[in-house]
Design a protein around this ligand. Sequence first.
Ligand SMILES: *Cc1c(COP(=O)(O)O)cnc(C)c1O
Length: 395
Amino acid sequence: MSKFRVPMSQPDISEGEREAMLGVLDTPRLSMGKFTDAFEADARAYTGAKHAVAVASGTAGLHLCVRAVGIAAGDLVLTTPFSFVASSNVMLYEKAVPVFVDAEAVSGNIDVVQLAEAAADLKAGGERAARWLPRKGAEGAGPLKAILAVDVFGQPADYEAIQRIADEHGLAVIEDSCEAIGAEYKGRKAGLLGDMGVFAFYPNKQMTTGEGGMIVTDDGAAAETMRALRNQGRAPGDTWLQHEFLGYNYRLPEMSAALGQLQMRRLDELLEKRAQVAAWYAEQLGGQPMIERPVILPETTRMSWFLYVVRLGVGLDRDGVIRELESRGIPSRPYFAPIHLQPYMREQFGYQAGDFVVAEELGGRGLALPFSSVMSEDQVALVCRDVLEVVKAGS
Ligand SMILES: *Cc1c(COP(=O)(O)O)cnc(C)c1O
């Protein structure tokens, strides 16, 4: 028995999806077969992308994007510290250097005003570049190759501005859309807002395959490279033990692809249910000045709710609130712990508290509440009653 009265997150799996997954076990191919092909075809249809490559996880997808763009040892990539660690780790896998630009306070997405400055300064080099580089770990690094932006909590970053900056400086744009499948920016689908985008299907995401991810892109050459890298570097048509490049086993099992295909067909329904849960939260948490609800920017023409993250008022002890909620059987989580302050990042690059003040402030006040598409209005009410009481007592 869990000590919690409501789960933090919960997948939404239908009877048909269970049966489809089991049915795969009756087929001769459990990897790289027709379910993967069909899942990719559905991902192309859903997003309108020319190419879709199914992979073992969102992180694997981002890593393949980094490889496909040609990011190598010492290259610089502009990105945000207000994200899940995977979005920066994929640079470290290639010994490239993530160069952080702080978040913008309303959405939590990368601040495009600072991004423009950082790109110009890094291209100029010297003193100007030094302002953006980490205290250590970037000696002799360069050039600036790409921007990796993250669609935080299901809200796309400002890609019109990002693309303008990328065009001006000749940079690739990778979209970490692992939290934003189905979202739209000015009527355009998330995942296709940069040169290539990645969705993730871990069980707490909007749709799940257990573990899994999907890369979408209009770039045929990049897609072909990523297909080869996913499969141990085998070029298309290569014989079984012929390997063109150093690759990985980033393949998605057929069982997961079968589940993913059906989940994707239900994605709009799943997103609508999540939007309803978010609306219940917004309604019930309104009127408490110490709880700031998420703000949806006008350019986000469709939100894809990944989590429901509120910001506690300044002066409230967030970790105390988490402990008190836990003692009442309500799970909650701090979101995000900024990447630059993770121990291995501090050690490698010398980052310190105070380096990215907005990311730290958002990270210090953000509280993710229980959230899923299967949550009922009563469950939301149960959570909100305790949240309101605990916040009031702590104010
Ligand atoms: C979930 C997530 C990922 C990675 O997904 P996995 O499938 O767990 O590897 C990457 N970036 C962000 C922002 C995420 O939320």
